[in-house]
Write a protein of this length. Structure first.
Length: 332
């Protein structure tokens, strides 16, 4: 979405939320959240190694956890979802997408507050120690002097391709070492690190396909292969068989959901910013299409946390309208 409009809608939502929550109590619901990279501090962000959308510092993440605990939310893991959620509670689900090594910074926070989180891993990145393409694109185009807005527009264009096609383009444009990580900030976990990380009782792993495949760009046979390969790789690396998948970029349709179900996945998360209403039954088809809010490090965390609690929010509707009108997409 155009940043100025996005900013305006978010500010309006923040004002509405303040008024709404002063007058009434929010409805009980499941509030799922999506994070990507974690940074020690702002200085690490300013290195421009990782695409800046939705990036968060450890201090902001900690504030986020504290906020929801203070407001009576219980953080849940995938097993709680499979048992179903009763209507008499307020629940939050923390998820991290992609498999960045920097996600290890979350572990001390999770252990301190004893809250679980679900980490969705793109397995070929881990197996091949390869950068995520959007970070490479951001790093290289920033070095060439392109503006954030220009890079964003070009990134949206690339999202119509398969990952192997995008990576081939990046190598042709920026050289053979384009996909090589520059350090701990932009690299994925190694298989051994992932196994150690997952040994924490507060860490749960999920499927994010083998190649971070935007599944709507793949044939159905390729979709099955992407999802199955990631299941097997996670099993081999960590001994864990995931029950949940995060569709990369949220891209899914009924056939993709059906394939995930056949592969044995029971929970699917998208990037559509919305609450899940309760009760959530284990048999509910909603379990394979759970939306997520995406806190970002550029705005005050407490304001964002309060806004998500409101039952009146414009942002989701604006985002869906924008995607439909300007990009011909159905919001995922
Ligand atoms: Zn992702």
């Amino acid at each position: 979405m155009i940043p100025a409009i996005q900013k305006f809608v978010r500010a309006a939502d923040a004002a509405i939320a303040r008024a709404y929550l002063a007058l009434r109590r929010e409805q009980n619901a499941l509030m799922p959240f999506l994070f990507h990279s974690l940074f020690r501090d702002e200085r690490e962000m300013d290195l421009n190694l990782v695409e800046p959308l939705e990036r968060t510092t450890v201090a902001q993440f900690r504030q986020f956890v504290e906020y929801y605990l203070e407001h009576g939310y219980r953080f849940i893991g995938p097993a709680d979802l499979l048992r179903g959620l009763a209507p008499d509670g307020k629940y939050a689900l923390i998820t991290f997408d992609d498999g960045y090594f920097n996600n290890t910074l979350a572990r001390p926070v999770l252990e301190e507050f004893k809250v679980p989180a679900l980490f969705f891993i793109s397995t070929n990145h881990v197996l091949q120690n390869k950068c995520y393409w959007w970070d490479v694109f951001y790093r290289e185009r920033t070095a060439q002097g392109a503006s954030r807005r220009q890079i964003y527009r070009e990134t949206v264009g690339l999202k119509g391709l398969r990952t192997d096609q995008i990576e081939a383009q990046l190598i042709a444009r920026f050289g053979p070492s384009a996909l090589t990580p520059r350090g701990d900030i932009d690299r994925p976990f190694s298989p051994a690190e992932l196994r150690d990380f997952a040994a924490s009782p507060f860490v749960h792993l999920g499927n994010h396909t083998a190649d971070h495949a935007i599944l709507t760009n793949y044939t159905l046979d390729q979709v099955r292969e992407q999802v199955q390969t990631a299941q097997l790789a996670l099993q081999e690396m960590t001994g864990i068989t995931p029950t949940a998948i995060a569709y990369p970029n949220g891209a899914h349709n009924p056939q993709i959901v059906e394939i995930c179900r056949e592969v044995g996945l029971k929970v699917g998360v998208t990037v559509r910013p919305h609450k899940t209403h309760l009760p959530l039954k284990p048999s509910s088809s909603d379990l394979l299409r759970i939306g997520r809010f995406c806190p970002n490090g550029d705005d005050p965390i407490v304001t964002q946390c309060r806004t998500y609690r409101s039952d009146l929010q414009l942002y989701g509707a604006f985002r869906a309208g924008y995607l439909r009108l300007l990009r011909g997409q159905i919001a995922q």
